[in-house]
Design a protein. Structure first.
Length: 171
């Protein structure tokens, strides 16, 4: 039997100063200005940190199966500190949900803002790149239990949406 792991055993926090290379350039008159940070750059960081948490939980290869809808609640600007926190919320047989919370911090004032949250599904793989059983999740506290129950609801919604998407005809 595979030994279970707690969410805290695989939790990850990372920090990234947003640089001009992360931005969308914009133009006002004759001046080229740095715009807000490109959403794709943030999504890349979310996928990376989510993958690290999933890998720490499975201790094997993992692949991203899906990223739930991402709403950007506040813009991220060049020069701000992006703070990403990832936790394993739910583990099924071969897949797991990782939640990522994204905040910004203004480095001069210390003001923090919630930028968004994302939920990613990863699949645990064996050495032949086939799905393998993921270690069960051991819930330590009420927060873990709440995240687990909310993740179960999202899992049902994902399954319903996948069934609906099978009938889409995109050509």
């Amino acid at each position: 039997m595979i030994e279970g792991k707690t969410p805290s055993a695989s939790a990850v926090t990372t920090y990234q100063v947003m640089m001009p290379s992360h931005s969308n350039p914009s133009r006002t008159g004759d001046e080229l200005e740095l715009g807000a940070v490109n959403g794709g750059a943030i999504l890349n960081l979310i996928d990376n940190i989510g993958g690290i948490a999933a890998l720490r939980h499975c201790r094997s290869k993992v692949v991203t199966a899906s990223i739930d809808k991402m709403n950007f609640l506040n813009p991220v600007n060049v020069g701000e500190l992006l703070i990403l926190r990832a936790n394993v919320n739910y583990v099924g047989r071969t897949s797991l949900e990782v939640g990522v919370r994204v905040e910004t911090e203004h480095l001069f004032t210390g003001e923090r803002k919630l930028t968004g949250t994302a939920f990613l599904t990863f699949v645990c793989l064996d050495e032949d790149d086939r799905p393998k059983q993921a270690p069960p999740l051991i819930l330590e506290n009420e927060i873990d239990k709440k995240r687990y129950e909310q993740a179960k609801i999202r899992l049902l919604h994902r399954k319903e949406l996948r069934e609906k998407e099978k009938s889409y005809n995109i050509e």
